[in-house]
Ligand binder design. Sequence first.
Ligand code: C2E
Ligand code: MG
Ligand code: MG
Length: 725
Amino acid sequence: MAGLLSRLTNGASDSRSSGSVRSFDHTSRALLLESLEKSDLGWFWASDAESNIAYISQPAAQRVGKPVDEIIGKSITEVFRPVENAEDRGHERPLKFQLAARNSIKPVTVKLDMGEGQSWWEIAAVPQSDDAGNFAGYHGIARDVSDTFESKRDAEKLSRYDSLTGLSNRHRMSHQLGATLTAFKASKRSCAILLIDLDRFKQVNDTMGHPAGDELLKQVASRLQRVLGDNVEIGRIGGDEFQVIMQDEDDRGVLGDLGMRIIQMVSQPYTINGMRAVIGCSVGIAIAPFDGIEEEELIKAADLALYSAKGGGRGQFRFYSSDLRDKASYRHQIEADLRDAISRNGLEMHYQPIVDVDTHKVGCVEALMRWNHTDRGMISPADFIPVAEEVGIIRELGEWALNKVCETVQTWPGDIRAAVNVSAVQFASDDFVEIVKRALKSSGIEPSRVELEITESVFVGDMERALRLFDDLKRLGVRLSLDDFGTGYSSLSYLREAPFDKIKIDQSFVRGCTADDNKNDAIIAAIVSLARALGMETVAEGVETKDELKAVTDEGVTHLQGMLFSRAIPSDEIVERLKTGDLEFIPRGPEKYRSERRTEFRKIGLIHGNDRYNVFLRNLSKTGAKVEGLLDVPVGTEVVIDLGGGQLAVACVRRSEGFSQGVEFETALISDGADGLCTRHRVSPYQIEAAGRPLRALNDDTVAAITGVMNSSTKSFVEVEISKS
Ligand code: C2E
Ligand code: MG
Ligand code: MG
């Protein structure tokens, strides 16, 4: 080394003279290389024509942790392990490709893990050829880049993963989805995405604090990982929004079940710093290539599905379908019109009687908001209240309702009470008690004639605050009732502490409680005995039929509400009837609850042989449908029912009578997450593409064109006109 250095310095001092380079002879160069080899600046290696290591610098072998002898003869990739992970590799060309091409090896990072521990090297090499011009192996250099590689990888990891939950972040999810979709488009594979949004996370965050919110998100992430397993990509793409990418899955049966499992898992209570928190979640599902080909299109579809799931209430999943696009614009319209309606007194309150179970007399009515829209007719509060909550006008709306009800009921004779619905958003505002106080005062109504209907969702988060508020309200003299009991986070423990006067059993328990195969009656019985023990009244909501009336009466509820007695009616009607005596209703309606076959009236397609017919769907169940519009179709005829949106169901005619046929599906339909049914699979856009059309997400025109077949002039069946009645 000393010799080399002295020669180098000599050389440098000689460099002014023109002979200096020439004087750096072979021996000097050999010494230069040797000194370089001994340093940590870089090492040399060579391979033979078969890509086995033929030479490696001694210090390099030391680093590898093996004697030189043991390394010689091993293949290049056995010693220098290629970095498999595309992300770790960055923009480098994979080593294997480079070796196969026998071109120069451009600097590439490899992993060494032959000895103890592991390190990362960068290697580069040039190919050598023998006298005949044949490839003879590589001469290469190598250097240790472990430090920079690891810190670069850590930095990149940070930029790709969510530091809170360890899941992928939005950036990485988008990258993964884009790459998957591009690759899958070429290989005609499908890919589903699920968007998961937590319900009421904000409430937990606001009432229990941000650290608790963070802890909750971590727990949600680990539950998601448990439900979904290792083979799917899960990411947190926003505050409380998660995304899942599932490759090669287009079965809506499987995806719907998964959606439900996610909802169930996420909705189980959490323990955070010894406190209990309950949230829910909604899931929107979109599948490529059916609902979108490109990333943006698919995400938009999943977003709309998620939005619709959230609008449908708590804890639901939805598949994307093209009519959701129309609904989104409908919603925007509602929002604009609702603001207008508030300012122009376009809303009214109607009142639905709640009758005593023994006397059928009315002591209390429920005030329900009605919006008679100039163009659209009656819009249900179930449609516009969620919009009002979301766009922040629910407080205004709620305050208006409260004042209106107090003023109105004050003018009614007798001591009949009215119940006002209170949204959880209203309840969460700091001045809520103040607003109630003002309404009581300005109307002059006796506070005991006002009841507030509150749903279980107010128990999410800060339970102490909720209990405090209940006490304040009770002190004002109003009554409290727990609405839609059983649909949310029914914790029986808080019932004992909260001063409710009444529990309203949600109509989903009443509906069909007489059917053989459900436990609704047992649930109702349990709620009733609990309420009785706590001295609370019970109302069965949504009683529609006489057999439901009998069932809930037998279970011991104290009050009844439902169409069987009366729908919500205007104040005038109540006043009119009160003038002639007590408000009393006799049950009027159907005897029996009729099960799940839903009646429909929808134009659909029926395909038989090469012909497509227009028929009307009369009812639809998982296993079959009734259609009308074709004359005398023989029993046993095989048909395909086109339910729209690429949904084709193979079916067989089982009953046939004049222009009406009952068909049985070969494969049962599944729930679409809303109240509807859908097919598991759809016509694939790849099939449509194969028929010579451009590849794009499903739309009815292309699907109809493909399934419309030929429409021959000699159709097998006669189409007849059908009218709705
Ligand atoms: P809710 O408080 O559970 O009200 C009962 C709902 O059940 C009402 O729907 C009522 O019309 C309906 N119903 C009553 N009997 C029957 C029956 O026999 N069968 C069926 N299928 N339904 C029946 P509506 O009026 O559409 O209101 C829906 C929801 O909108 C209410 O559910 C309540 O949560 C909310 N809402 C209504 N008015 C207001 C309001 O002024 N403020 C707030 N915050 N929410 C309101
Ligand atoms: Mg209510
Ligand atoms: Mg209710």
